[in-house]
Design a protein around this ligand. Structure first.
Ligand code: CMP
Length: 143
């Protein structure tokens, strides 16, 4: 089993797409093992997007990600990092395939609705930014 961090970005919340997106992960059979709504601070934005801080698009990305509340989720499943990334689609909504979350709901490179960790190292680092270990729940299906 792998764990990955998923963020529903400000556009997903403002456009009332949270339920639609969460529903896709649930229907796929992934386990949502932690979830919280929060306002990202400039400090957290710089930590989260450390690899992009020096890039020309970073100021716009930071303004966007701190502009309104987001939802952070820890998602668990077999090959969850790859599976979730494939469900998101390409970074730019204009290039994302139909049937993916971005392909179906985004036409933007910046306002692309969702973020997901792109590898095991990133997942561990990003999960620790948003969740304490005691906020992660054991998913014990009873059905
Ligand atoms: P995300 O998966 O959260 O990872 C980095 C984010 O930066 C990406 O989604 C986009 O929202 C944003 N991004 C990546 N490339 C660009 C770009 N060239 N211009 C603007 N935003 C970008």
């Amino acid at each position: 089993m792998q764990r990955t961090l998923v963020l529903l970005k400000p556009d997903a919340v403002q456009r009332r797409l949270m339920g639609e997106i969460i529903s896709r992960f649930e229907k796929k059979g992934l386990n949502i093992i932690a979830m919280k709504m929060l306002q990202v601070t400039p400090t957290l934005a710089k930590e989260h997007y450390a690899e992009h801080v020096e890039k020309p698009f970073y100021p716009g990305l930071e303004s966007f990600i701190i502009s309104a509340p987001i939802v952070a989720m820890a998602i668990e499943g077999l090959e969850a990092i790859r599976v979730v990334r494939e469900m998101l689609g390409a970074t730019n909504g204009l290039n994302a395939a139909a049937g993916t979350i971005r392909g179906d709901f985004s036409s933007s490179r910046q306002m692309n609705l969702v973020h997901a960790s792109d590898g095991e190292e990133a997942a561990a680092r990003e999960l620790a930014l948003y969740f304490n270990e005691d906020e992660i729940c054991a998913y014990n299906p009873v059905l």
